[in-house]
Design a protein around this ligand. Structure first.
Ligand code: FES
Length: 108
């Protein structure tokens, strides 16, 4: 398993972008946290394939429940990546399997 980040690095009701290299390929992930629920998604919007963050590298959040894609405004649930509105048209973010233990988030 690969260490992605420490839980403390992810703000509650927030999301961060983490760039990794795995098996020689670049992997961009979104890590989210809502209380003790941690989730990871591929950082690729299902609308047109852009990463979600804005030019300043931050993911825009709405109401502490949704992530908003910086490209065209699709919104996704913080906890399960489901499309919540905008041009994602029902397609959610791709979930990535993680393990959380001892304060660390690990890529399975
Ligand atoms: S690429 Fe995300 S809304 Fe278009």
């Amino acid at each position: 398993m690969t260490l992605i980040a420490r839980i403390a690095a992810v703000p509650d009701r927030g999301a961060i972008i983490v760039e990794l290299e795995r098996n020689g390929a670049r992997l961009s992930l979104i890590l989210t946290r809502a209380g003790d629920k941690i989730a990871a998604f591929r950082n690729k919007c299902p609308h047109a394939g852009y990463p979600l963050q804005r030019a300043d590298g931050r993911v825009l959040l709405q109401e502490g429940r949704y992530m908003v894609c910086g490209a065209h405004g699709a919104s996704f649930s913080l906890t399960d990546g489901a499309c919540a509105g905008g041009p994602c048209n029902g397609d959610g973010l791709e979930r990535v399997a993680i393990d959380v233990r001892d304060g660390e988030i690990l890529l399975v």
